[in-house]
Ligand binder design. Structure first.
Ligand SMILES: [Cu+2]
Length: 145
């Protein structure tokens, strides 16, 4: 009994901070300003990130109702990977499929090879974790000529 109590206390003490604990305001919206699903484009491609109902802040800056942009390139839609939304509990990964704009950038110019590509925007908080509820754009598919 005593050991159980100690174990329980230890477990509670080391429970990580719950993920997705940065709230997003109702009605926040993330979208591609200059691209639509089905667009045919040429590389390099300039992509403008649109955000309504929230502000952009650099990573590490903790301020209510703000976040920074992430661009998902050619991966499963947000929440539809093998680990669901828990995939991002600690942070959005940083690789060529998950690009961070921690400086507070609202546009990027990227090169993509010819063919079809999917893009999605995901807002992250100061620690690169999506908000609760998550603020994500629709997934668009574009074709690079
Ligand atoms: Cu980030």
């Amino acid at each position: 009994m005593r050991l159980a109590a100690i174990l329980l206390a230890a477990t509670l003490a080391y429970t990580p901070v719950l993920a997705q604990d940065t709230p997003s305001p109702e009605g926040a919206e993330l979208y591609f300003v200059n691209l639509s699903d089905g667009d045919v484009v040429t590389s390099p491609i300039t992509i403008n990130f649109g955000l309504r109902g929230m502000g952009v802040a650099p990573a590490e800056v903790e301020r209510e109702n703000t976040g920074h942009h992430h661009l998902f390139v050619n991966r499963e839609p947000f929440g539809e990977g093998p680990f669901g939304e828990e995939e991002f509990e600690l942070a959005v990964p940083n690789d060529e499929n998950h690009r961070h704009f921690g400086g507070g950038q609202t546009e990027v110019t990227i090169e993509l090879p010819p063919g079809e590509h999917t893009l999605q925007l995901v807002l992250g908080d100061h620690g690169h974790v999506p908000h609760n509820p998550p603020v994500v754009s629709e997934v668009i598919s574009i074709t690079v000529e």
